[in-house]
Design a binder for this molecule. Structure first.
Ligand code: FAD
Length: 519
């Protein structure tokens, strides 16, 4: 039987090489894919789903979608394409939940692997002597990992603001949220990965084992391998959260206090912030989910025509066990801050409600058909020393309104990031994530149109460049090799070396447009 299989593999390879050389395909699809022995299946007809993403601006149709049942389906497919050599145009993109912004999970005329259909061992919580982790599929959604961990009273430490994203998708970028100041991004909280490289090899890697591949893949934009399993570090979970918002008029005070809060150990468990420009009835809107501490003063507060900075905080606690303590602790921490007193709003929610908070808005937008609009998002990492100059140049100048989506701004500690990973961050000890999470209104010609927002993004990027702010794009998007080289700076050589080692034909993640498949 082994002999029969190898004869069959040889025939498939032989015929596909001939097909490639002669440019022969059945209905434009390399027919050899149809003949691969896999447990899952290929979809060749209905492929539109893999040509769409959250950004809703790029649409590249693949030749096929692989719905893998097992890691070996992925390995076999990639190995097959690898063996076809440089003559074939076929590339492979892993698709997590398709929440990319610029077609990063797409593969024009290639194979898109639908990671969510990857099956394997069930999620499993494992205790070692020194730490606890959950072993999950690379296509697992973070919301499911949260639910499973909570059954054991445990939780991952570091999050994204939205949980309906896959492990492989966020670990390919970084995974940043309000816990990153303390725990680092999600890529700092991984114990081990199982990866399929661009040669089709299945490799386990960690800090101790195949460490170069481990660090390459983390923040690697899908360039070095497909994450098929991950072991994510856990800690004891709280049950409840006090969720707090306060406003500032003064940017310097706002950022100074954010930096103060992220520098101590006895602080909040989540620290973020956002900018609000010229919004009417802001505090009235908050009342639907938060309680004002001073209702009379809060009702008299006027937000229109102003630039305001909102500090958003959370303190975790256990219901019944530490109700009183948490209030005292919050009082102590807030007493060090100089926000506008009448703008203190607090809400008490469950831990799951807090972490899954964006889903509430997502469902509302979906019901109104407003989730599937173009999202010309821009995410930047700005060094602490330049954040004031950035704010002066952008808020109220280039950006006149924030009504088309939130603008997040919060600092993180560089010491919690591992410089051996592939992610690019600014040089300083503290840097800010500034995220312009804008939605464009289709057919609009005003300042909520796609064209207007894209021009605004270009102006922001130009300003960062001219003012030499040392900003880096997060979830980066570039179209030329020169721009990518500038993005990576001194890391570029290492990045190219890693590509040569793990995906020498540049088969993987073509939608990032960093490398072109060798012909
Ligand atoms: P996809 O879009 O499917 O894929 C992204 C990239 O990763 C592609 O290049 C793809 O080929 C590659 N990839 C996917 N799966 C794998 C895998 N298993 N192995 C290797 N490569 C793979 N990011 C943050 O850091 N913090 C946030 O708070 C945050 N909030 C967000 C909120 C929303 C509403 C959205 C839409 C995005 C948000 N993001 C945030 C960005 C998000 O982390 C990235 O867009 C991420 O890539 C989305 O995950 P996904 O599973 O949809 O990946």
């Amino acid at each position: 039987q082994t002999n029969m299989l190898s004869i069959r593999s040889f025939m498939i390879l032989f015929l596909s090489c001939i097909a490639v050389r002669m440019n022969l395909c059945f209905t434009g699809i390399p027919f050899s894919l149809r003949m691969l022995y896999i447990n899952g299946h290929f979809e060749f007809e209905k492929v539109e789903f893999a040509a769409r993403d959250f950004g809703n601006r790029y649409q590249y149709y693949p030749a096929a979608i692989l719905h893998p049942s097992s890691v070996s389906d992925i390995a076999m497919t990639i190995k097959h394409i690898w063996k076809m050599g440089p003559g074939s145009e076929l590339t492979v993109a892993a698709r997590g939940h398709g929440h990319s912004l610029h077609g990063q999970a797409q593969a024009h005329r290639g194979v898109v692997i639908n990671m969510e259909s990857l099956q394997g061992p069930q999620m499993q919580v494992v205790h070692t002597r020194s730490f606890t982790y959950i072993d999950v599929s690379g296509g697992e959604l973070w919301i499911n990992i949260l639910q499973e961990s909570l059954k054991y009273g445990l939780t991952p430490k570091s999050w994204t603001d939205y949980l309906h994203l896959t492990v492989g998708g966020t670990l390919s970028n970084a995974g940043i949220s309000g816990q990153a100041f303390r725990h680092g991004p999600q890529i700092s909280n991984v114990h081990q990965l199982e990866v399929v490289t661009g040669k089709g090899d299945v490799v386990n890697c960690s800090k101790e084992q195949n460490s170069d591949l481990f660090y390459s893949v983390l923040g690697g934009l899908g360039q070095f391998g497909i994450i098929t399993r991950a072991k994510i570090l856990l800690e004891p979970a709280p049950t409840m959260v006090k969720w707090i918002r306060v406003l500032y008029f003064d940017f310097t005070t706002f950022t100074r206090e954010q930096e103060l809060l992220i520098s101590g150990e006895n602080t909040f468990d989540y620290i973020e912030g956002f900018v609000i420009i010229n919004r009417t009835g802001l505090l009235n809107n908050w009342r639907s989910s938060f309680d004002p501490q001073d209702p009379v003063q809060a009702s008299q507060f006027k937000s229109e025509g102003k630039i305001l900075y909102c500090l958003e905080l959370a303190k975790y606690f256990h219901h019944n066990k530490d109700n009183n303590n948490v209030d005292l602790e919050i009082k102590r921490l807030l007493s060090r801050l100089s926000y506008i007193p009448s703008t203190l709003f607090i809400s008490e929610v469950t831990y799951v409600e807090f972490l899954d908070r964006v889903q509430v808005s997502a469902v509302k937008l979906q019901s109104k058909g407003l989730w599937e609009v173009p999202h010309p998002w821009l995410n930047l990492l700005i060094p602490k020393s330049k954040i004031k100059e950035f704010a002066e140049g952008v808020f109220g100048n280039i950006l006149k309104e924030t009504s088309n989506g939130p603008v997040l701004i919060y600092p993180v500690n560089k010491s919690k990031w591992d410089n051996r990973t592939s992610v690019v961050i600014p040089e300083e000890d503290i840097f800010y994530l500034v995220a312009f999470l804008t939605s464009a209104v289709p057919w609009s010609r005003g300042n909520d149109s796609l064209e207007y927002i894209l021009t605004q993004n270009t102006r922001i990027l130009d300003f960062c460049k001219t003012a030499n702010l040392g900003a880096k794009q997060y979830l980066p998007h570039y179209t030329t090799r020169k721009e990518w080289q500038a993005h990576f700076g001194p890391m570029w050589e290492t990045y190219v070396e890693r590509k040569r080692a793990y995906d020498p034909l540049a088969i993987l993640a073509p939608g990032q447009r960093i490398f072109k498949k060798a012909k």
